[in-house]
Design a protein around this ligand. Structure first.
Ligand SMILES: NC(=O)c1ccc[n+]([C@@H]2O[C@H](COP(=O)([O-])OP(=O)(O)OC[C@H]3O[C@@H](n4cnc5c(N)ncnc54)[C@H](OP(=O)(O)O)[C@@H]3O)[C@@H](O)[C@H]2O)c1
Length: 317
């Protein structure tokens, strides 16, 4: 029997343990959360599936051949000591992509349709009729045109939004005005609703800040620009978001990710007007889909086929 797969997923531990029972049946698994694995020698293991792994994980398992991320991002372990120079495979899956686009489209529509105002009126038992702008009057600027960004672009366009996109390298996407890294100003100056779907790397750390918000288009059909982020929390400077909303540089925000998670109860973000918060669940990895994806990739690897969704170690995502 082949060596079991090492699993260190800081998700809901009961769900991981339950679904692991029906996965990797050909090789079994070693779940770090299982007290019985404490102290086990991990040096014989080839594959690891990780999300926010223990800091000493790579020191305990020094002979891995492939690392699988439990999510689309890999930032939770790229800086851990002993990270071996082996392929790192991200989680890319229809279930995750679809969920993210649902969240992005919902947030754009909530700002378009002035949901905060409607909720206020409802609490006041007030028939507050308003005529919102049409989606076509709003330009949504999507930062990050990878797997998630491109799907969000498609679905935002179906809703009628004018959509533009920005990424490190220029993308050729039919019907999309695309900007590359050097064209940030041109991109921002056209954007009414900024959607962040960037990975966390040294370049994107602290990227959504006061200076960036000040370059977004003012006076569009929503009046003020809106910031939406479901990439990573450490890409945003939360104090700057609060300041920008209080000073009117931003008219609102939707945040799924935060500098510190869970968002501390005393954060001013909880109480800001026209800010929608969700607990980093825009697109959670669903365990059954994740384990199937890893099984498929291991089968490819062992059959001599190329792995898919491999991280570019130099770029860091
Ligand atoms: N909130 C949630 O529940 C949740 C769920 C899943 C994922 N996420 C986040 O979403 C991120 C994106 O996922 P994905 O699958 O779409 O990733 P992806 O396919 O790797 O795409 C990343 C995109 O970001 C661009 N990019 C990266 N660094 C950049 C930089 N410095 N400047 C400009 N553009 C840059 C890339 O440009 P190029 O195209 O030129 O390479 C690419 O278009 C993940 O890394 C993760 O952090 C969040």
């Amino acid at each position: 029997m082949p060596a079991p797969i090492l699993v260190d997923l800081k998700f809901n531990p009961d769900t991981v343990a339950r679904i692991l029972k029906t996965a990797f049946l050909d090789r079994g698994s070693i779940n770090i959360a299982d007290p019985e694995t404490k102290g086990r020698d991990l040096s014989d293991l080839d594959y690891a599936l990780l999300w926010k792994p223990d800091a000493d994980l790579f020191e305990r398992a020094p002979n891995l051949k492939v690392i699988f991320s439990g999510g689309a991002g890999v930032d939770s372990f790229m800086n851990l000591p002993g990270l071996p120079d082996v392929p790192i495979v991200r989680f890319v899956d229809h279930s995750l992509t679809t969920r993210m686009s649902e969240w992005v489209v919902m947030q754009c529509l909530m700002h378009l349709r002035q949901q905060t105002e409607h909720e206020r009126h409802q609490r006041q038992h007030r028939w507050g009729d308003m005529i919102p702008p049409e989606a076509s009057e709003i330009t949504v600027g999507v930062m990050g045109l990878g797997v998630l960004g491109q799907d969000a672009v498609r679905k935002l366009k179906v809703m009628g939004f004018n959509v533009i996109g920005w990424s490190r390298s220029r993308k050729e996407i039919e019907g999309l005005e695309a900007f590359d890294a050097g064209e940030l100003d041109a991109f921002l100056s056209k954007t009414d609703v900024l959607v962040g779907l960037l990975p966390l790397t040294p370049e994107t750390t602290g990227f959504y800040n006061e200076r960036l918000f000040a370059r977004l288009r003012q006076g569009g059909a929503l009046g003020k620009p809106v910031f939406i982020n479901a990439g990573r929390g450490k890409s945003q400077v939360q104090a700057d978001i609060v300041k920008a909303i209080e000073s009117g540089v931003l008219g609102g925000a939707s945040l799924d990710v935060f500098e510190v998670e869970p968002l501390p109860a005393e954060s001013p973000l909880w109480d800001l007007d026209n800010v929608f918060l969700s607990p980093h669940n825009a697109a959670s990895s669903e365990e059954t889909a994740l384990f199937r994806h890893v099984e498929r990739q291991i089968a490819r690897f062992e059959n001599g086929e190329p792995l898919q969704f491999v991280v570019d170690r130099t770029a860091g995502y």
